[in-house]
Design a binder for this molecule. Structure first.
Ligand code: PBG
Length: 326
């Protein structure tokens, strides 16, 4: 018997038919808007390598969260840019630190907006590494973990809905969970940056946060971009330690990792569409090489298709606007 002739195009004939069978949906409620909150400087300071993104004062961050919520983006992720940095990164756990103040202000003005706080020391240390240093200049894992847990507790106390450790120290999820529970924050979930790669795509972020390491690089704690199996092991360890949600970062070149982390952990997975990925699209669109709107929506949809439940992206507000206009 002749095999029936397969015609794939029959199901692509109209917008309604395509809509009926579309496998993946991108919606604004899956997006998280990252924001840089600065302790000093003007209300809004442009970041040269990230057109359309600014360093914000606390008041401007509240405004930005309000605008995001109005567009249907009901989660923000906060990064602090302190006025002073020191060897330990003590601004990270300061009760009056810029992230703590911004968290409280956003929760007060917009209680329904989820505030996710980045837990790391690199924005606060004068050497720019994600933990404290030993005498020999290497990052001291266990001493750093203690300070990271202190940071997470101070953020929860300020009202953070989720805490997101991005430092890549071993054992930090367990320690953060213990300290949160001990301080009365057993209902605060941990979104662990489980598979965070030592990536060239973080360049613009480091300019924005002033967090470029003053010596060396982050390859001693962030992952080797060549390793996919190890990413799954990292994620499974974080699950054992008590992570409620895991993250893969960067996103665009790591679709395979998103898919395997989703398959192996069965937890909600976030993908971080990082600063360099944003900058590339903005630069290409500004040069007229690609169409910004369709490119961004294609990228974000592809991350959902790869297995991401949630996407952290500097395009979040634009994407939400385009989705409602579509
Ligand atoms: C801090 C941190 C970084 C990013 C998120 N958290 C920078 C880094 O590891 O150097 C990068 C985010 C981005 O590029 O958008 N540890």
């Amino acid at each position: 018997m002749a095999f029936p002739q397969t015609r794939m195009r029959r199901m692509r004939a109209s917008a309604s038919l395509r809509g009926l069978v579309r496998e993946t949906a991108l919606t604004a409620d899956r997006l998280v808007l990252p924001m840089f909150v600065a302790e000093a400087g003007d209300a809004r300071e442009p970041i040269a390598t990230m057109p359309g993104v600014q360093r914000l004062s606390v008041a401007a961050a509240v405004q930005e969260a309000r605008e995001a919520a109005a567009l249907g983006v009901s989660a923000v992720m906060l990064f602090g840019v302190p006025a002073e940095k020191d060897e330990q990164g003590s601004g990270a756990w300061d009760e009056q630190g810029v992230v703590q103040l911004a968290t409280a202000a956003i929760k007060q003005a917009q209680p329904d907006v989820l505030v996710i706080t980045d837990v790391c020391l690199c924005e606060y240390t004068d050497h720019g590494h994600c933990g404290v240093l030993r005498e020999d200049g290497a990052v001291d894992n266990d001493a750093s973990v203690e300070l990271l847990a202190r940071t997470a507790v101070s953020q929860a106390r300020a009202g953070a809905d989720l805490v997101a450790p991005s430092d890549m120290m071993d054992g930090r999820v367990r320690e953060i969970r213990c300290e949160l529970d001990g301080e009365g924050f057993s209902d605060t979930p941990i979104l662990a940056y489980s598979a965070k790669f030592a990536s060239a795509f973080y360049g613009p972020f480091r300019e924005a946060a002033g967090s470029t390491p003053s010596f060396g690089d982050r390859r001693g704690y962030q992952m080797d971009p060549a390793n996919g199996e190890e990413a799954v092991r990292e994620a499974l360890l974080d699950v054992q330690e008590g992570a409620d949600m895991v993250m893969v970062k960067p996103a665009l070149a790591y679709g395979d990792v998103i898919a395997s982390v989703k398959r192996e952990t069965r937890l909600p997975v976030a993908a971080y569409n990082v600063s360099g990925e944003y900058a590339m699209v903005k630069a290409a669109a500004a040069a007229g090489y690609v169409d910004e709107r369709t490119t961004v929506l294609e990228i974000l949809t592809s991350l959902r298709r790869a297995g991401a439940d949630t996407i952290v992206s500097y395009h979040a507000k634009d994407a939400a606007r385009w989705l409602t206009q579509a």
